[in-house]
Design a binder for this molecule. Structure first.
Ligand SMILES: Cc1ncc(COP(=O)(O)O)c(C=O)c1O
Length: 407
């Protein structure tokens, strides 16, 4: 084999895509299939939900914007628009922010792993987590360690986080913590105000011992219950994290994939809030150096379109209105799921909004998923549980989905 030994047994395609493919093939042959494996928001008729204003903005991008190289760290107006949109309501956070463009949130996660952990070190995240965190860590010769996600009351297990922070600081002398919030993939859990307060207290206590970097993976933030411009979720989050400025490195993995329904455009950013000015400059340098050393630069036309969507008053208002109808579409499914699931006593975390929820089956998750497939219902068995993508299931199919989860 010509491949290096450590890469010779890499698994092939993402298993989620394989399941999706099987579901689509059966459906194309005329079977009635409920496919809850897709990681994108579909309309009730099964087609991809797209913000029409984004389609228009993309069509209007000038040819030279597509054709020209982008600056290595990203187009200036795009980066400014992202930081203003994300942090604009908090002066202290915005003042300490720098950003680099990345291909989606995945690129932002990649840069975080490469710049905040040494080779062999482990990032820390919740025991249920999005599978590609492991792939990204493997690819960068880093590892993943987890803390138990839920305590016995079903809240975030901050005690477990506390213990793991102590262990990692003792062994590898630094911590990179990934928190995917709100609407965590795969569980659907959104941290409460109390979860945030307790998490912040624990992080601040440990930050006195060694460098801690907190990465907030906010891929689904626009789909949290009650979100929207300046909505309570975004506001709440910024208030909760302000006291961390200067005490930890605060990173945000920002992406246009879900919020602007353009998954294939590959537009994202890593935003870093760094209290010390000299360190902020060093951070900017390190991040753009990483860009040059990986993908070089990002999709210039895509950044231009997203910048317009964030800054042009008419386009911005249209995107917010169009997104609101998608949020409502998803919310109707979430409500239908909660109604049906509570009635039959399914076991799953508090779920108020977002693309996914995870159901804890009584028996073996793989076997359960297999027997559901026999009934034409596709979910993703993961980490001993079943990930259910309400984002791709029509409201009318939710009762059938829940019935299959119970049987
Ligand atoms: C938890 C989580 N983070 C980040 C991403 C990043 O997606 P993208 O690279 O398309 O922005 C995803 C996409 O599915 C996700 O589920």
């Amino acid at each position: 084999m010509f491949l290096i030994p450590s890469h010779q047994k890499r698994p092939s395609d993402d298993p989620i895509f394989a399941l999706n493919q099987e579901a689509v093939e059966r459906s194309n042959k005329g079977e009635s299939i409920v496919n809850a494996t897709v990681g994108a928001l579909l309309s009730d008729d099964g087609t991809l939900a797209i913000l029409p204003t984004m389609t228009k903005l993309i069509a209007e991008v000038p040819a030279t914007e597509w054709a020209t190289y982008a600056p290595i760290s990203g187009s200036g107006p795009f980066l400014k628009a992202v930081m203003d949109d994300l942090l604009g309501t908090s002066k202290p956070l915005r003042a300490a922010a720098v950003a680099v463009a990345t291909p989606g949130g995945s690129g932002a996660l990649r840069h975080a792993i490469g710049n905040y952990l040494e080779r062999g070190d482990a990032l820390l995240t919740t025991s249920y987590f999005w599978g590609p965190y492991q792939t990204l860590a493997d690819e960068a010769d880093r590892r993943v360690e987890t803390f138990r996600m839920f305590d016995d009351q079903g809240a975030l297990d901050v005690g477990a986080l506390d213990e793991k922070l102590a262990t990692l600081l003792a062994t590898q002398k630094r911590v990179l913590l990934f928190l995917n919030d709100p609407c965590q993939n795969p569980t659907g859990y959104s941290m409460s105000k109390r979860d945030w307060e307790r998490t912040r207290e624990v992080i601040l206590r440990h930050a006195a011992t060694g460098p801690i970097t907190v990465l907030l993976d906010i891929a689904y933030s626009e789909y949290a219950a009650g979100s929207g411009e300046g909505g309570p979720s975004a506001q709440l989050l910024l208030q909760e994290i302000e006291p961390l400025i200067g005490k930890v490195a605060l990173l945000f993995a920002w992406t246009a994939s879900k919020s602007f329904t353009h998954y294939g455009l590959r537009v994202g950013a890593l935003v870093a809030v760094i209290g010390d000015e000299a360190e902020r400059k060093a951070t900017e340098n390190a991040l753009s150096y990483s860009s040059r050393g990986t993908w070089s630069n990002c999709n210039r036309g895509g950044m231009y379109a997203v910048m317009k969507a964030l800054t042009d008053p008419t386009a911005k208002a249209a995107c917010i209105a169009e997104r609101k109808s998608l949020q409502e579409l998803l919310q109707r499914r979430v409500d239908a799921f909660n109604r049906a699931a509570r009635e039959v006593g399914l076991s799953y975390p508090r779920y108020e909004g977002g693309f996914f929820v995870t159901v804890f089956p009584k028996g073996n998750a793989q076997e359960k998923a297999k027997s559901m497939r026999d009934q034409g219902v596709y979910v993703v068995p993961t980490q001993g549980a079943l990930r259910v993508g309400l984002c791709s299931v029509a409201e009318k199919d939710v009762p059938r989905l829940v019935a299959s989860l119970v049987e």
